[in-house]
Each structure stands twice: as structure tokens, then as C-alpha cells.
Design a protein around this ligand. Structure first.
Ligand code: PMT
Length: 216
């Protein structure tokens, strides 16, 4: 496959959802299956990279040749990324990180009272933005999951976080599914990748990123 285009490179990825505890038995999460991130981890390993996959709770086996670090919350994901990122050449944020978490998770199970209740939320750190803002950042690839106006939002995220590359997708096209269709955004513009199995898409994305990395 592509003559081991990532040989000698270390890639750190995030994948899956995060789970933000409300109490010991409940939490806030989202419907990312992890399939896209795991396919990319597999493609990077196949291309010869050393791969660390920081994964939220998903029901997928560890891809061959990949080191998985399992986490639940966004704060734990941020810590696991920080522990692996210093000598990384590439960071790929595929995780659907919860933007907010309950401000003070209850220590014990919350009892039903019949009254209306509300949960105070506090913003989570943006893991990708933090990695991209490091003094000597790895080559950072972001994902953008949108439900409309993909070009505007995805290219906006690329510029705001100063990323060399963003992979945009519409949630209705790929979330939870075995295939997806994406658009890659970089300095040169937009590059649509037609609908395919996530493993095949991952190879196209890795090829694109290896080309940009080599041209640096
Ligand atoms: O897991 P699957 O079922 O296969 O579905 C794949 C997918 C739709 C989840 C995936 O293709 C995808 O788009 N992942 C990114 C989802 C997302 O949360 O995007 P976002 O637009 O909210 O975030 C933008 C980028 O910042 C992402 O790279 C995200 O990982 C990162 N981020 C966001 C928030 C945060 N607090 N920390 C982050 O690192």
C-alpha cells in the first residue's frame, strides 16, 4: 500500500464519542461509532506509521499494529493525547468530542423526584485546537461533522484552528455507517472524495496527508 508512505512517522489519532458523566450511571454522549477513526488508524499503520489511537467508548476491536488508549471523557482524552503527542509527526482528530460536560457530576445516583430538573454544563477544552496551538505542532488534520453548509463550516474550522488539512463530512452521509463521503480542504482548495467504504476512504485521506507531509 503506497510504499509505506508514513514509515518512520508517529501518528496520534482520536476516535469515537466521549462520555460525560452526569452521575455514576448516566451521561451525555453522541452517536459516533468510531468506524471512521479506526479505519484511519488502520490505514496509517498499514502505511508504516507508529500509531496511537486515543479512543472513546466504542464496540470495535483494536486494529492490527495500533496501540489503543481507551478513555471516557473529553478531559481524559485530552490527557491521553498530551501524554502521546510530544514526539508525534501527525495528529488526526476524528473523535466527536462532547463540546460540554456536566459542571459537577453527582457522586451518587440522582433520584427521581417528579420535579423538572436541569443540568448545568461547562465547555470542554478543544483538544485539536490545543494540539495545533503547541509551539512545534505536529501536522494536524481536523474533521468537521456538519448537517449543512459543509464547505463554509469545514473551511471555516480549518482557518480558525490554523490547520493544514480538514476532512469534512455531512453527519447524514456517514455517522455510524460503514461508508461515507468526504471533502478534503487544504491550502489548495477542496478535494471531494466520492462515497466509499470507510477503509477505502481512509486510504485516500492518508495518501492526501502523506503528499502534504512530504511537500513540507
Ligand atoms: O465514528 P463514525 O460513526 O464512523 O462517524 C465518523 C464521524 C462523523 C464522527 C467523523 O467522520 C467526524 O466527522 N468526526 C469529527 C466529529 C466532530 O465532532 O466534529 P466537530 O466539527 O465538532 O469538531 C471539529 C474537530 O475538532 C474534530 O477534528 C474534533 O475531533 C475536534 N474537537 C472538537 C471538539 C473538542 N472539544 N475537541 C476536539 O478535538
Amino acid at each position: 500500500f503506497e510504499a509505506k508512505r508514513l514509515a518512520g512517522r508517529k501518528v496520534v489519532l482520536t476516535a469515537g464519542p466521549t462520555f460525560e458523566a452526569i452521575d455514576p450511571v448516566r451521561g451525555i454522549t453522541n452517536s459516533s461509532s468510531g468506524k471512521m477513526g479506526y479505519a484511519l488508524a488502520r490505514a496509517c499503520a498499514h502505511a508504516g506509521a507508529e500509531v496511537v489511537l486515543v479512543s472513546g467508548p466504542v464496540a470495535l476491536p483494536v486494529p492490527y499494529g495500533v496501540t489503543r488508549v481507551s478513555v471516557q471523557s473529553a478531559l481524559a482524552m485530552r490527557e491521553a493525547v498530551a501524554a502521546a503527542i510530544d514526539d508525534a509527526d501527525v495528529f488526526i482528530g476524528v473523535a466527536a468530542v462532547a463540546d460540554y460536560r456536566p459542571a459537577t457530576p453527582a457522586e451518587h445516583k440522582i433520584k427521581k423526584s417528579g420535579e423538572a430538573m436541569s443540568i448545568a454544563l461547562t465547555p470542554n477544552p478543544d483538544i485539536l485546537a490545543e494540539v495545533a496551538a503547541r509551539p512545534n505542532p505536529p501536522f494536524c488534520v481536523g474533521f468537521a461533522a456538519e448537517s449543512r453548509d459543509l464547505d463554509t463550516y469545514a473551511e471555516g474550522k480549518r482557518r480558525n484552528k490554523r490547520l493544514p488539512m480538514v476532512v469534512g463530512n455531512l453527519v447524514q452521509d456517514g455517522l455510524g455507517q460503514d461508508d461515507n463521503q468526504v471533502v478534503i480542504y487544504d491550502e489548495a482548495g477542496r478535494h471531494p472524495v466520492p462515497r466509499a467504504a470507510k477503509d477505502n476512504l481512509a486510504r485516500s485521506i492518508v495518501k492526501h496527508l502523506a503528499d502534504l507531509l512530504a511537500a513540507r
